[in-house]
Design a protein around this ligand. Structure first.
Ligand SMILES: Nc1ncnc2c1ncn2[C@@H]1O[C@H](COP(=O)(O)OP(=O)(O)OP(=O)(O)O)[C@@H](O)[C@H]1O
Length: 861
C-alpha cells in the first residue's frame, strides 16, 4: 500500500497508518522513543509502562503508534522527528524517511530529542570508567591521589612508518586525530615507551577525559583492557566478542534484545578501545599464531579476538589505542599512527614538583636538591622513578627531620630500596620527636621487615618463573604473607573486570617493583644453587641473539625453568639483572649482610662480578666494527645499553675501566638506541676511564640537557659529537662550549633538530671560532633567528676548517641568509651550506637569487 504523496503533504498521522508495516518491522531502540515521548510530555508514565508491559517488540511498536495517533498530529510528527534526529539508532528507517520526503515541521524542530539508547549504556560506562580512573595508584590501599591533582603532561613524539620523528604532540587529544597517520589502512594507534614512562597513566587520562565528555571524539562507547588479562584464559577457552566486551567491562542493563551489541557491530566507529601493555602477552601471542576471527558471532580464544580487533578484522573502523614497552615489534600494516612517550621534560618536571609538594618548604628543598643533581633529574624524567623518589622523600621526611634526597650517585636500586623502606616503615608508628633526628636506620628497617620482604620476593620470583602477574590469596599465604602484609603497599588488588572468577586477586604495584623483588628473592634464597642468580641473564641471552651476553656462557647453566615462557621482550628480566647488580654491589654490602649470610653474599657477589667481566669482554669483542674514512667505527646494539646500566649499578670501577679499555674503536654509534638522560650517567661512568679520543653518535635518542650534563667529564676528548634529535636546549650548548673548547679536538658537531635559540647559536659560534679542526656543524631545525645566524656566519668567516654547515629549518629570514651568503663568498673551503631545502636549486659555481630565495647554497666547482 503506497501513499500517493501529491502536492499537499500527507499528515504525519496518516503516514503512520500507511507505513505501519514498515515501522512495526524496522523500529528498534524502542526505549529511546519512549524516553523522548515521555520527556516531551506526549506520553505519561502510565502509558510508557503499558508499552513496556506489552509482550513482543512488534506489539510494543503497534502500541506506540496507536498512542501517538490518539494524541494527535503533533505527537505523530514528533515520533517521526525522533527517528529522523537519532539517525544512528534508526538507521534502517532512514530510507523510509527519504521515501516520504520527511521535513520536520517548525513546531517539532524546537523540541529536544536525546539519544538515550544506546546512550544509556554509554552513560553507565562513563560513570564506571569515571569512577575507576579518578585516582592514581598509590602505595598502600589507604591512600589515593586524584588523577587530576597529579597528572602532568609528558613528551609525546610522533613518528612515521620509517621511524622518523614528526615532532611532538601538543595535546593528548591529538593522539586520536588523523594528523600524522602514516598508514590509513592501519587500525591501531600505537603508543610505546620505556618502563614507568607513563603509558598506563596516559590511557587512564584519556579514559577519564572521555568519561567526563571532555575528549573530542565521536566514540560513545569505551572499552578498556589490560593485555595481561588475556593471558589468564586457559588455552582451550573460547568466548564471544559480546562476552569479551561486556563481561570484562561494564554490562548493559535491560538489553534483552542485544541492542547495544548490535549497535556496536553496526557502528564500530562509535567505539574506542584502549589496550594497555601489549608487551606482556608477546609469548602468548606467539603460541596463538592462528587465523584471526572475522565474524562477531564466532567464539574464539580471547587472544584471537584481540588480534582480530587490532587488525580491524573485527569491528573495523573502531578506534584503538594500544600501548607497549619500547622494542616491541608490531606489524606495520596494523599500525596507523605511532607515538613514543619520552617522559617529563625539565618544565614538566617543575610542574610535577609543584603538584606533588603542596608544602612550600618541602617543595623548595626538593627543587634545590634536584637543581644540584642533573643525574637525579635524569632519573626523575621517568615519571615512575620520580614518583617513588618524591613519595619516599615525603614519607621519610615525616619520619626523620634530617632526611635528604639521595646523593648524586643514586642508582635505580637505591630508588627501589627507598620504596621498600617506605613500605616497611609505614606500619610502624611515627617516631617521637627526639628520635626523629637520628633514628633512621635503613638496615634495621629491612631486618625487622625481612619476613614480609622475603615473602614478597618469593611470590615475585614464582610469578616470573610461571610467567604470571596475578596472584591469588592462597599463593600469598603459601609465601608466608599475612593479611597485614597485603596492606603494606607492595601489592594492589586487580580490577573486578579483569578477573571476574576470582575477586581476591593481587598484582605487584608495578612490574618494575616485581623485577626488583625477584632480584631480592634470588639473593635471599639460600637453598638454590649459586648460579641460579644468573638464570635471567641466561634467559635474556637466549631470547635475543644480539644480547650483550655471550650465549656459550650459558650452556653450563641450569636449563630453562619449567613453565617459564619465552618472550620477545625481556625488559622485566633485564631490570631484574640490573637490580641484581645493584643489590650485590659493594656499597650495598653492609645492608645486604644484615639479610643474608655474609659468606653466601660474598660468593654471590664474586660469581656475578666474574660473570660480568667475562660477558663484557665477550660482548665488546663481538660488536660489529666498520672501517670508515674516519677510522674504526663500532655500531653498538641496544643491549649494550643494558650492559652499561648493569655496570653502573655495580659501581665497580674495575669493570668500568675494563670496558673503557676494551672499546678499541674511535667512534661509537648509539643512534636510535632509546638512550634516555639517566643512561648518560652510566655511559659516562665507563667513558671517563678512556684515555684516547672518541667520537660519539647519540642521534635520535632522548638524552635531554640532563644527559649532556652527565656526559660533561667525557666531552672534552670527543672528536665527533652527534646529539641530533635529543631535546637539547641552550643550557646543553653551554656545557658543550665549555668542554669542547678545552681540548679543541672536535671535528663534527651534530645538533640538528633540538631546541637551540640564538643564545645557543652564539655558543656554537664560539666553538666554531675556537676549535680549529671543526669541519661539520649541523644546526638545522632549531630556533635560530637572524641574530643567531649573524653570530654563526661571522664565526664561519673566520674558520679555516669548516666546510659543511646545516642551517635549514630555522627562521633565519633574509638577513640571516644574506649573512651566510656573505660568509660563503669569503670562505674558500666552505663547500656546502644549507639554509633550507626546497626547491633544490640549480647552482653553478655561485648563484644567488634575491635574498629571500636563498634556499640552498652550494658551491660547486
Ligand atoms: N603523566 C603523569 N603524571 C603524573 N604521574 C605519572 C604520569 N605518568 C606516570 N606517572 C607516575 O608513574 C607511575 C607509573 O606510570 P605507568 O604505570 O603509566 O607507567 P608505564 O609506562 O605504563 O610502565 P610499564 O611499561 O612498566 O607498565 C604512575 O603510577 C604514576 O605515579
Amino acid at each position: 500500500q503506497k501513499l500517493n504523496v501529491g502536492e499537499e503533504s500527507p499528515s504525519c498521522r496518516s503516514l503512520l497508518t500507511y507505513h505501519r508495516e514498515v515501522l512495526v518491522s524496522k523500529l528498534r531502540s524502542i526505549q529511546c522513543v519512549l524516553d523522548n515521548l515521555l520527556s516531551s510530555e506526549f506520553l505519561c508514565e502510565e502509558e510508557v509502562e503499558a508499552v513496556q508491559r506489552t509482550d513482543t517488540k512488534p506489539n510494543q511498536v503497534r502500541k506506540i503508534l496507536e498512542l501517538a495517533q490518539c494524541k494527535g498530529e503533533q505527537a505523530c510528527d514528533f515520533l517521526i522527528y525522533i527517528i529522523y534526529t537519532v539517525g544512528d539508532a534508526y538507521v534502517d528507517l532512514q530510507p523510509w524517511l527519504k521515501e516520504i520526503n520527511y521535513v520536520p515541521s517548525k513546531d517539532v524542530s524546537v523540541l529536544t530529542v536525546e539519544n538515550t539508547d544506546p546512550s544509556k549504556y554509554s552513560e553507565k560506562q562513563r560513570r564506571e570508567i569515571g569512577r575507576d580512573t579518578s585516582f592514581i595508584m598509590s602505595y598502600g590501599q589507604r591512600e589515593e591521589t586524584r588523577l587530576e591533582e597529579l597528572y602532568t603532561d609528558t613528551l609525546m613524539e610522533l613518528f612515521n612508518g620509517a621511524n622518523e620523528s614528526l615532532g611532538l604532540l601538543d595535546t593528548l587529544e591529538q593522539l586520536l586525530t588523523d594528523d600524522a597517520v602514516f598508514n590509513p589502512q592501519g587500525e591501531t594507534i600505537y603508543v610505546v615507551g620505556d618502563a614507568g614512562v607513563g603509558k598506563s597513566i596516559l590511557l587512564q587520562k584519556l579514559q577519564n577525559l572521555w568519561s567526563k565528555k571532555e575528549l573530542v571524539t565521536d566514540a560513545i562507547f569505551l572499552f578498556k583492557f589490560r593485555c595481561r588479562m588475556f593471558s589468564t584464559f586457559k588455552d582451550s577457552e573460547q568466548i564471544s566478542l559480546r562476552d569479551l566486551l561486556f563481561k570484562y567491562n561494564c554490562f548493559p542493563d535491560l538489553d534483552p534484545d542485544n541492542e547495544v551489541f548490535d549497535y556496536i557491530v553496526r557502528f564500530p566507529h562509535k567505539v574506542l578501545f584502549t589496550f594497555d601493555g601489549y608487551d606482556e602477552i608477546q609469548d602468548d601471542l606467539e603460541r596463538y599464531n592462528v587465523p584471526e576471527v572475522s565474524s562477531p558471532d564466532e567464539k574464539a580464544h580471547p587472544l584471537q579476538l584481540l588480534t582480530s580487533l587490532l587488525s580491524g578484522k573485527l569491528l573495523q573502523g573502531s578506534q584503538k589505542v594500544l600501548t607497549a614497552r619500547t622494542g616491541i615489534e608490531m606489524q606495520q600494516k596494523v599500525v596507523k599512527k605511532k607515538v613514543i612517550l619520552r617522559g617529563f621534560s625539565p618544565s614538566h618536571l617543575k610542574t610535577y614538583i609543584r603538584l606533588h609538594f603542596k608544602d612550600q618548604s618541602q617543595r623548595e628543598r626538593v627543587e634545590i636538591q634536584l637543581d644540584a643533581s642533573p643525574h637525579l633529574c635524569g632519573l626523575c624524567s621517568t615519571p615512575l622513578f620520580c614518583w617513588i623518589v618524591f613519595k619516599s622523600f615525603t614519607h621519610l621526611h615525616t619520619m626523620h627531620d634530617s632526611f635528604e634526597l639521595p646523593e648524586s650517585c643514586i642508582t635505580l636500586t637505591d630508588i627501589f630500596l627507598l620504596l621498600c623502606e617506605m613500605y616497611l616503615t609505614r606500619s610502624a608508628p611515627p617516631p617521637l620527636s627526639i628520635q626523629r633526628r637520628n633514628a633512621r636506620c635503613t638496615a634495621e628497617t629491612f631486618k625487622s621487615g625481612l619476613k614480609p620482604l622475603a615473602g614478597f620476593a618469593k611470590l615475585a620470583l614464582q610469578g616470573f618463573d610461571k610467567g604470571t602477574f596475578y596472584f591469588s590469596q592462597d599463593e600469598l599465604r603459601a609465601c608466608g604473607l599475612t593479611e597485614e602484609d597485603e596492606a603494606l603497599g607492595f601489592l594492589r588488588s586487580v580490577s573486578e573486570y579483569e578477573n571476574t572468577e576470582n575477586p581476591a586477586t593481587f598484582e605487584f604495584l608495578h612490574l618494575t617493583l616485581q623485577s626488583f623483588l625477584v632480584a631480592f628473592g634470588l639473593i635471599l634464597d639460600e637453598d638454590m644453587p649459586l648460579d641460579t642468580i644468573l638464570k635471567f641473564f641466561a634467559e635474556c641471552s637466549r631470547k635475543k641473539k644480539s644480547s650483550c651476553l655471550p650465549c656459550d656462557f650459558f650452556h653450563n647453566l641450569s636449563p630453562k625453568p619449567s613453565g617459564t615462557r619465552g618472550s620477545q621482550t625481556n625488559e622485566h628480566l633485564q631490570f631484574t639483572n640490573l637490580f641484581l647488580c645493584g643489590l650485590l654491589s659493594k656499597p650495598k654490602t653492609s645492608l645486604m649482610e644484615q639479610l643474608v649470610a655474609p659468606k653466601m653474599l660474598k660468593e654471590k657477589q664474586a660469581l656475578l662480578k666474574s660473570y660480568l667481566s667475562t660477558s663484557v669482554k665477550s660482548h665488546i669483542h663481538g660488536l660489529p666494527v666498520h672501517e670508515t674514512d674516519e677510522g674504526k667505527k663500532v655500531h653498538v646494539l641496544p643491549n649494550f645499553l643494558w650492559m652499561l646500566r648493569c655496570i653502573y649499578e655495580t659501581g665497580s670501577r674495575d669493570i668500568a675501566k675494563m670496558t673503557a679499555k676494551g672499546i678499541t674503536a674511535g667512534f661509537i654509534k648509539l643512534g636510535y638506541c632509546n638512550v634516555y638522560s639517566g643512561d648518560c650517567t652510566a655511559l659516562n661512568f665507563v667513558l671517563q676511564h678512556r684515555r684516547k679520543l672518541l667520537g660519539l653518535d647519540m642521534d635520535n635518542n632522548n638524552i635531554s640537557d640532563y644527559g649532556v650534563k652527565q656526559l660533561r667529564p667525557s666531552l672534552s676528548k670527543m672528536t665527533i659529537v652527534r646529539f641530533c634529535v635529543n631535546y637539547l636546549s641552550d643550557s646543553s650548548i653551554e656545557v658543550l662550549a665549555e668542554e669542547l673548547c678545552k681540548c679543541k679536538v672536535v671535528e663534527v658537531l651534530g645538533l640538528y633538530n633540538n631546541c637551540i635559540t640564538d643564545a645557543g647559536a652564539k655558543l656554537v659560534a664560539k666553538i666554531i671560532e675556537e676549535c680549529p679542526k671543526l669541519r661539520i656543524v649541523k644546526l638545522g631545525k632549531n630556533k635560530i633567528t637572524p641574530v643567531g645566524g649573524r653570530y654563526l656566519a661571522d664565526a664561519i668567516k673566520k674558520s679555516t676548517s669548516i666546510f659543511d654547515v646545516g642551517m635549514w629549518g630555522n627562521t633565519l629570514g633574509d638577513e640571516g641568509a644574506c649573512a651566510f651568503a656573505e660568509a660563503l663568498r669569503h670562505h674558500p673551503s666552505l663547500t656546502n651550506l644549507r639554509s633550507a631545502i626546497s626547491p633544490p636549486p640549480q647552482l653553478y659555481g655561485f648563484k644567488f637569487g634575491p635574498p629571500h630565495k636563498i634556499l640552498q647554497l652550494k658551491k660547486t666547482y
